[in-house]
Design a protein around this ligand. Structure first.
Ligand code: BV8
Length: 255
């Protein structure tokens, strides 16, 4: 059956803006990995996890209360991420990095798919669930039992190297993200509900300094009415079309 082509009419002003863009910043959220089969935070959790909300599991308090439960949740997500493949949206963003004079991808995702799709100018604002930390003593990672979530240096619990709700973001990552937002002339918000802070305020930093703000998201968000351009739909369908119209990036994007 012929694949349903997404028909998107990109205004000439947007094509021109991207052609002339010198500094492009892209912020992504869980929605960019949805077409790789990874559930987003807004998706109702399934099975055993259906009675938990991510916000309730992704906290220090939840981990202290039940480290095995939280470690199991991340182990399942890690296995899903390793089985998943980057999708056309990830690949288009990695291609955009090569086309823009200056570029930075800031992701809220911890699944590691952007790096696997070739993105190099990348800030993982909320860490990476494929890395672990010794929760009790911050021991070095040479003796970690990832299966059971145990640090074999001290016998303590391992935690994933991600930023939980209520935790500060890594100062270096947040600093780089803020600086890039201040300096860019085009700011993309892709696959995020724009509800988690401080990531959700980066677009305002960019907009206040005159950047053009472009949203690509399946559903409306608080950003939708405020963005200069907003495209409601799947990133894996819209981004390749945009790349072709702006940069004629045919060969790299055929998947
Ligand atoms: C902090 C890692 C200092 C762990 C995550 C100011 C105001 C209000 C609250 C706060 C504030 N400042 C701080 C807070 C508290 C909190 C917060 O923002 N709470 C929210 C709920 C209101 N923030 C923090 O705690 C941050 N720390 O600021 O420290 C502090 C602390 C306390 C109080 C003040 C200051 C730490 C936040 C980081 C938490 N860690 N992840 C893990 O992954 O397990 S957050 C996690 O959830 C994700 O990383 C992501 O950031 C967020 C989920 O958001 P999305 O990625 O947008 O995903 P979501 O499912 O929501 O949306 C997906 C979208 O994709 C949807 O819109 C959908 O339509 C779209 N979509 C789906 N498919 C597609 C698609 N789009 C395109 N194509 C598709 N195919």
């Amino acid at each position: 059956m012929k694949k349903r082509e997404t028909a998107v009419d990109f205004p000439a002003s947007l094509i021109r803006c991207l052609h002339n863009a010198q500094k492009i910043v892209v912020v992504t959220g869980a929605g960019i990995s949805a077409e790789s089969g990874l559930p987003t935070f807004r998706d109702a959790q399934t099975g055993l996890w259906s009675k938990y909300k991510p916000e309730e599991l992704a906290t220090v308090e939840a981990f202290k209360r039940n480290p095995k439960l939280v470690w199991a949740w991340y182990s399942i997500r890690r296995a899903l991420a390793l089985r998943a493949q980057p999708n056309a949206g990830h690949i288009a963003i990695a291609e955009m990095e090569k086309r823009a004079p200056h570029f930075l991808l800031i992701t809220q995702n911890v699944d590691g798919l952007h790096a696997r799709s070739g993105s190099q100018k990348l800030v993982e604002l909320h860490g990476n669930l494929h890395r672990a930390i010794c929760f009790e003593n911050n021991c070095s990672s040479d003796k970690f039992d990832l299966t059971n979530g145990r640090c074999l240096n001290c016998g303590g619990n391992l935690r994933p190297d991600v930023v939980w709700f209520g935790e500060m973001l890594p100062a270096s990552a947040l600093g780089a993200a803020n600086r890039a937002a201040e300096e860019c002339d085009v700011f993309f918000s892709i696959g995020t509900s724009s509800r988690v802070y401080p990531a959700a305020e980066l677009w305002q930093i960019a907009s206040q300094r005159g950047a053009v703000v472009i949203e690509i998201n399946k559903d409306p968000t608080p950003l939708t009415p405020k963005a200069d351009y907003s495209f409601l739909g799947k990133a894996g369908e819209i981004l390749p079309l945009l790349m072709r119209q702006v940069w004629g990036a045919e060969e790299k994007l055929r998947n």
